[in-house]
Design a protein around this ligand. Structure first.
Ligand SMILES: *Cc1c(COP(=O)(O)O)cnc(C)c1O
Length: 451
């Protein structure tokens, strides 16, 4: 609803009279924006601008100009953010940032595609066949692969198809909560499988597994505890030893490394686990692999193929955009996640120094400091990566988060740290601009305090 600026104390000042919403929406720039974004998004920008004018934050005459600058870049409210947290992968920030190759593949696949169609024969073809081929190329020990919606879906499909009304033998030290209150044991039991927990939190032996093996065993599950680490008096049984016991071994990798990553020597990978004798490996696509959200099932053909044909597979299948991004990521593994992992700390330090010097020259209290980054999102717990950060006064944290290009840092000991390990070098300019805008805010607030 539109309201006049009348307050009953006299005729309204025409310069302060709020323009009507419809009149503002008729501005050709907003008409163009509405064509791109939808009228609803643009109207909400106008209403916001009118509210600001009512609060005397902007002049009534500036409502249209302000509304033109307000709408998001796309019709979805999901905002891109610069991840300066020093956590490479975080579920709250959408985990892996996609590579340029993956982004282009998504764009190319967003119209009609040949996702389930053979252009040569004109017949139906297997969905996701080229993504699967790319995966098999990277994981020589896998005979077959299938892609589902996420890592949890991969486990659900395996448990449903291989262990419904049967038992899954699993070590008590591997029954993890994967985040936001979701626990793998609950997920597994929800499929109608029964858990046969063996061993203790810190130690499980081969004998614990052998005594549990029975006619009713569906499979032995090995879970990589990817988001925590137990140290001290510990002992577990490796995939190779489990594979020698008889029942199928399903191994939940979590992190999604297809091959060994020398920088993360304790992080298992799909190829090694399959070579060690796992019949099936499950993993996420958007953790260390650096791809889109999806779940990978890799392993023996006689195990993977029936899973892909199970009725539940239809409910867990991925869309063409995911398949396109996954294939591009596997074919061109130079992802932001990989760059973040491999970035030299001296190069990060040089970037931080450069940013700090530029900002300090403008009187902004910015300094370059050493920092420690982590992988996050169920990858390499306990591993820290040397990093560098821009240190600012703590007040900057909230302002940077709420700026036009949100920058998310972390607050440590009264300072706002912008860690550069997960920030692409081409984003440094946006960080500098965001910090400058946040510093101007300081000046505006100081002005207000004086008047
Ligand atoms: C992350 C993780 C999962 C769940 O994968 P999503 O892709 O988040 O569904 C399952 N198991 C392990 C070991 C994990 O690290």
């Amino acid at each position: 609803m539109d309201r006049d600026q009348t307050n009953g104390t006299g005729p309204p000042d025409p310069r302060r009279r709020l323009p009507r919403t419809d009149a503002v929406l008729a501005d050709p720039r907003l008409v163009a924006a509405a064509e791109r974004l939808g009228r609803r998004v643009v109207k909400s920008a106008v209403v916001q601008a009118q509210d600001r004018a009512r609060r005397n934050d902007i002049a009534a005459a500036d409502v249209a100009d302000t509304a033109v600058r307000t709408p998001p870049a796309t019709a979805a409210a999901l905002r891109p953010v610069i991840n300066a947290t020093g956590v490479l992968l975080h579920t709250n920030r959408g985990r892996a940032a996609l590579s340029e190759a993956a982004r282009q593949a998504i764009l190319a696949a967003s119209g009609h595609t040949d996702v389930e169609f053979d252009l040569v024969t004109g017949e139906r073809a297997a969905r996701g066949r080229s993504a699967v081929a790319a995966l098999l190329g990277q994981v020589p020990a896998a005979q077959a692969a299938h892609v589902v919606n996420n890592g949890a879906a991969a486990l659900v499909l395996a448990a449903t198809a291989l262990a419904q009304d049967r038992e899954i033998i699993v070590s008590r030290g591997e029954l993890v909560e994967i985040g936001d209150g979701f626990r793998l044991p609950d997920l597994l039991v929800s499929t109608g499988a029964r858990l046969r927990e063996v061993g203790t939190t810190n130690r499980t032996s081969v004998a614990d597994y052998t005594t549990a093996i029975a006619e009713r065993t569906g499979f032995i599950l090995k879970i990589h505890p990817s988001n925590f680490r137990i140290t001290g008096f510990t002992g577990g049984v490796g995939v190779a030893e489990l594979a020698a016991l008889g029942p199928l071994v399903v191994a939940d990798l979590g992190s999604g490394l297809l091959r060994r990553e020398p920088l993360l020597p304790d992080e298992p990978d799909a190829d090694t686990w399959l070579r060690a004798g796992a019949a099936l490996v499950t993993a996420s696509g958007d953790k260390l692999l650096g791809g889109p959200q999806c779940g990978l099932l890799l392993g023996r053909a006689d195990v993977v193929r029936p899973l892909a044909r199970h009725p539940l597979a239809r409910a867990l299948r991925v869309d063409k955009l995911t398949l396109a991004a996954l294939e591009a990521t596997v074919n061109n593994p130079e992802t932001p996640t990989r760059s973040g992992l491999h970035g030299e700390s001296c190069a990060l330090r040089a970037r931080a120094e450069r940013l700090a010097a530029g900002l300090a020259a403008d009187g902004i209290p910015a300094r370059a400091v050493d920092s420690r980054a982590v992988v996050g999102a169920g990858g390499a717990p306990g591993v820290t990566l040397d990093s560098a950060a821009l240190a600012l006064p703590e007040v900057f944290a909230a302002r940077l988060r709420q700026g036009p290009t949100p920058v998310v840092g972390r607050v440590v000991e009264g300072r706002c740290l912008l860690d550069l390990r997960a920030v692409a070098p081409h984003e440094d300019g946006s960080i500098a601009a965001a910090v400058r805008a946040a510093a101007v805010q300081d000046a505006v607030d100081a002005d207000r305090a004086c008047t």
